[in-house]
Ligand binder design. Structure first.
Ligand code: ADP
Ligand code: SF4
Ligand code: MG
Length: 324
């Protein structure tokens, strides 16, 4: 088996801005990372407008990067043959932020589940229903509980569980979950997060958990990537990064935790680019320059390199250059 199910090598994605959209900024800027084939919960964390969703879409093959390479089991994701592409669509499944967006309002909920099972698996009707039943059981639901119901008859938490069940039908190896609990209230959140933990521990499924919320990240994550304005500014085992944060941005995120969580809980992320956001995206050197209390001229002029500050704990900041 190849070491990584998904590997990103120097991946960038540019979007246009301004009236004509001719000028471009990198929503994802030279990102490299590897999601191992071993079951782990990798977290990508950062405030709204960091490029997390764009990165998730790149991994899911929804967005094509402008630079760099995305590999699926060692093969270029954009040059897969039919068989490997089918394998990719089975193996890597998305879970989105708002479960209400994931289902058709007019369709009974069992329909998309049965359709998914028929698309990915061979079998007669009885076998197909058995697979759907099994997937629902994993998330604490049953076929009878959802049969004949439409999406607005279920709570947000129940519906997110149905969405996870649907993602489990093809027996995926990796779930890419983009803010999967940010629309849910606190009690339901823990329930969904525990399902992710169990999927990893009992079923060996890899999870990429994308969030703006370090508290939930810490609760389930093994390894964390901190993202700011398109770049991964720090990454490492989650215990280490959150207990000994190195990058000034990571520290701010940790300090701001309780109020940050309250403020962002029910807010959908805006798509338009704010002026300050754009200014940061366009920085040639360190993207944290305008906010950083330690910023120097060099930080403005040159992009910092990654430094391995301690085993497996990396930070992108000039302050650590020469100190490792
Ligand atoms: N399709 C798009 N066209 C233009 N700009 C986009 C598009 N998608 C995202 N952006 C911009 O890219 C930046 C990163 O967005 P996004 O990936 O959604 O970040 P996050 O998920 O961390 O909030 C934001 O400034 C956003 O406005
Ligand atoms: S490189 Fe400079 S501006 Fe960026 S985080 Fe480090 S000290 Fe601050
Ligand atoms: Mg997002």
């Amino acid at each position: 088996m190849y070491e990584f199910i998904i590997e990103l090598k120097n991946v960038s994605k540019y979007y246009g801005y301004g009236l004509l959209g001719i000028s471009r900024f990198a929503a994802v800027d030279d990102v490299s990372l590897g999601i191992s084939n071993k079951p782990l919960i990798n977290v990508i964390a950062g405030e709204s407008g960091s490029g997390k969703t764009t990165l998730a879409k790149i991994i899911l093959r929804i967005v094509k990067p402008d630079k760099g390479q995305v590999l699926f089991n060692g093969k270029d994701l954009w040059r897969l043959n039919r068989k490997d592409l089918d394998e990719f669509y089975k193996s890597v499944q998305p879970i989105f932020q708002d479960p209400y967006d994931s289902f058709n309002p007019y369709e009974k909920l069992e329909i998309p589940l049965l359709k998914t099972a028929k698309k990915f698996l061979n079998g007669n009707d009885k076998e197909i229903i058995a697979v759907v039943e099994k997937a629902l059981e994993v998330v604490g639901l049953s076929f009878d509980m959802i049969k004949g119901k439409r999406k607005d008859e279920l709570s947000g938490g129940q519906l997110q569980r149905v969405a996870i069940a649907r993602a489990l039908i093809p027996s995926p190896k990796l779930l890419v979950a983009d803010e999967p609990v940010s629309m849910l209230d606190a009690t339901l959140r823990a329930n969904i997060l525990n399902i992710f933990k169990e999927l990893k521990d009992r079923r060996g499924i890899n999870i990429l958990y994308i969030t703006h919320d370090l508290a939930t990240a810490y609760y389930i994550g093994d390894y964390i990537y901190i993202m700011f304005r398109g770049t991964i500014v720090e990454h490492g085992p989650i215990e280490k990064v959150l207990s000994e944060p190195l990058h000034p941005y990571t520290r701010t995120l940790i300090d701001a935790l309780p109020s940050y969580e309250k403020r962002e809980r029910f807010i959908k992320e805006p798509i338009e680019l704010k002026e300050t956001e754009l200014k940061e995206f366009l920085l040639r050197g360190c993207k944290y320059y305008y906010r950083c209390p330690y910023a120097t001229k060099k930080c403005f002029e040159e992009k910092p390199p990654y430094i391995e500050a301690s085993p497996n704990h990396y930070v992108m900041c000039w302050r650590y250059v020469g100190s490792s």
